[in-house]
Design a protein around this ligand. Structure first.
Ligand SMILES: *Cc1c(COP(=O)(O)O)cnc(C)c1O
Length: 238
C-alpha cells in the first residue's frame, strides 16, 4: 500500500487534524467523539517521532510485535504513568506471558490455544489486560483472526477460560470496500453483546468512526511512512 506523506510537518498538527476528522465523523453519525480512542500505531517508527508524539500529548500507542514494543516502551512506563499500549499484531502463544505483562489491551485474540495461554498468564500477574478478538472478516487465508463462522465457538472458549472479551477488531482486505467489513464487525459485536470495536486505519478511520469504531489504529497518517523491517521474521504459531 502506498501512503502519502502527511502534509503537516509536525506531529501536533497531524494529531489535531486527525482528531478533528474523528470528531466530525462521530458527529455525522450522532456519536460522542470522546467515545473514540485514537491509537497511534508506532511500529517501525524512529525514536524522534515517538518523542514528538509524547511531546504532543499522545498517550495511547499500538505495536504489532511484543519484543519491539518491550524495547521501546517498558522503560517509559514510569515517566508516563498514563501510557496505554495496544497489541495489534498476531501473538504467539509462547509470548502470551510477555504480552500480558506489557500491554493494556490485546486486540488479537484469535484461537483457543492462545486463549488458554493468555488465561494462564493472567493468573500469574496482578494485572489483567483488556481483550479483543480479531475477526478475519474477509476470510483471507494469509491473515490472522478467527473467521466469522468460528467466532461463537471462540467466544465460548474465552468464557470457559475466564477471559473477558470486551470487543472485536478487524483489518479489512486491501482490495475491498472497508465499509462492508466495518458494518459486518459492528453487527457481529452487537449480536454478541460486545461494546468495543477496533477498526479503521490511516486510509479509512473516518469511515470506521461513522460505522461505530470505539478505537481507530492510525499509523502513517500520524507519523509518516514506516521504515521497512530489517528482517522478515515469521509470526503466529497457528
Ligand atoms: C500497521 C497497522 C496499522 C496502521 O496502519 P496505517 O495504515 O499506517 O495507519 C493499523 N492496524 C494494524 C493491525 C496494523 O498492523
Amino acid at each position: 500500500m502506498t501512503q502519502e506523506v502527511p502534509a503537516e510537518r509536525n506531529f501536533a498538527d497531524r494529531l489535531a487534524r486527525i482528531r478533528r476528522a474523528i470528531a466530525e465523523n462521530a458527529a455525522m453519525a450522532g456519536r460522542d467523539p470522546a467515545a473514540v480512542t485514537l491509537v497511534a500505531v508506532s511500529k517501525q517508527q524512529p525514536e524522534e517521532r515517538i518523542a514528538a508524539a509524547l511531546e504532543a500529548g499522545q498517550r495511547v500507542f499500538g505495536e504489532n510485535r511484543v519484543q519491539e514494543a518491550e524495547t521501546r516502551w517498558a522503560a517509559r512506563r514510569e515517566a508516563y504513568p498514563d501510557l496505554r499500549l495496544h497489541l495489534i499484531g498476531p501473538l504467539q502463544s509462547n509470548k502470551a506471558k510477555d504480552a500480558v505483562a506489557l500491554f493494556d489491551v490485546i486486540e488479537t485474540v484469535d484461537r483457543p490455544k492462545l486463549v488458554e495461554a493468555l488465561a494462564a498468564s493472567c493468573k500469574s500477574f496482578e494485572k489483567t489486560p483488556r481483550f479483543l478478538v480479531q475477526v478475519n472478516t474477509g476470510e483471507e487465508p494469509q491473515k490472522a483472526g478467527v473467521i466469522p463462522e468460528e467466532l461463537p465457538a471462540l467466544l465460548a472458549c474465552c468464557a470457559a477460560n475466564g477471559l473477558a472479551i470486551e470487543g472485536l477488531m478487524c483489518i479489512p482486505p486491501l482490495d475491498e470496500d472497508p465499509a462492508l467489513h466495518f458494518a459486518l464487525l459492528a453487527d457481529t459485536a452487537k449480536r454478541h453483546g460486545l461494546k468495543s470495536l477496533s477498526m479503521g486505519m490511516s486510509e479509512d478511520f473516518d469511515t470506521a468512526v461513522r460505522f461505530g469504531a470505539t478505537s481507530v489504529r492510525v499509523g502513517s497518517a500520524l507519523f509518516g511512512e514506516r521504515a521497512p523491517r530489517q528482517t522478515a521474521a515469521i509470526e503466529g504459531d497457528g
